[in-house]
Design a protein around this ligand. Structure first.
Ligand code: ADP
Ligand code: 5GP
Length: 211
């Protein structure tokens, strides 16, 4: 059986993480989304339990204290965190879990006990002007929120070099194709295939019997 991957997608807000995450799940329905908990208010169209678990600040802090979060961070004035239990369950069953989280969360997961099973990918926008255009065209944030996200974008971009792979999300189809290639290859890493040891042992036995 395969050992599941923790696939981390980070980028400045608006570079295309959620769009690409959805496309990846359409490609492979077995990929599980990690549904984060957040203290921010839902945007129009967002549903509790689907995009996020929308929780109060005391509730969030209680979960962190009970070690219920694999990682957590303060982003744009709100708390965000990845619930631990669903991730551990999925990984144990050989399912890949996809995280749309910021660089702080990526760093914490990389340094956690599951660090060896992570695949981290950073998405860069083709230009800062295009990043702004995408944030505006998404039409979900107020001008003030957009301005705040644009201001924070450099902070996120400056951590690009901590990731395994970095893609410039210019053409959406091309970026999706590259992500599929990266995931397909990483699933074949030796560490993700715990059954290999037994297979090689069987090959050795057969080899010795024949020689
Ligand atoms: P994030 O999740 O990183 O904040 P989104 O996936 O919400 O970003 O993308 C922001 C906006 O940019 C959306 O309207 C999306 O359709 C658009 N977008 C994403 N990738 C591309 C791309 N390669 N070319 C053009 N528009 C894109
Ligand atoms: P948004 O409010 O636009 O949905 O997300 C804002 C930022 O928070 C994005 O950069 C997103 O990747 C990050 N984020 C969402 N969930 C989590 C999480 O569980 N942990 C961390 N560290 N960051 C998160």
């Amino acid at each position: 059986m395969r050992r599941g991957l923790l696939i981390i997608l980070s980028s400045p807000s608006g570079a295309g993480k959620s769009t690409l995450a959805r496309r990846l799940r359409d490609w492979d329905a077995s990929i599980v989304f990690s549904v984060s908990a957040t203290t921010r208010a839902p945007r129009p169209g967002e549903m509790d339990g689907r995009e996020y678990h929308f929780v109060s600040e005391p509730d969030f802090k209680a979960r962190v204290k009970a070690e219920g979060m694999l990682e957590h961070a303060h982003v744009f004035g709100n708390f965000y965190g990845s619930p631990r239990a669903p991730v551990e369950a999925a990984i144990a069953q050989g399912e890949d879990v996809l995280f749309d989280i910021d660089w702080q969360g990526a760093q914490q997961i990389r340094n956690s006990a599951l660090g060896a099973h992570t695949l981290s990918i950073f998405l860069l926008p083709p230009s800062i002007a295009e990043l702004k255009r995408r944030l505006v065209s998404r039409g979900q944030d107020t001008p003030e929120t957009i301005a705040r996200r644009m201001q924070k974008s450099w902070d996120e971009i400056s951590h690009w070099d901590g990731y395994d792979f970095v893609l410039v999300n210019d053409d959406l189809d091309a970026t999706e194709a590259r992500l599929r290639t990266i995931i397909t290859a990483t699933r074949l890493r030796r560490l993700q295939q715990p059954g290999l040891t037994d297979h090689v042992r069987a090959l050795q036995t057969e080899f010795e019997e024949l020689s």
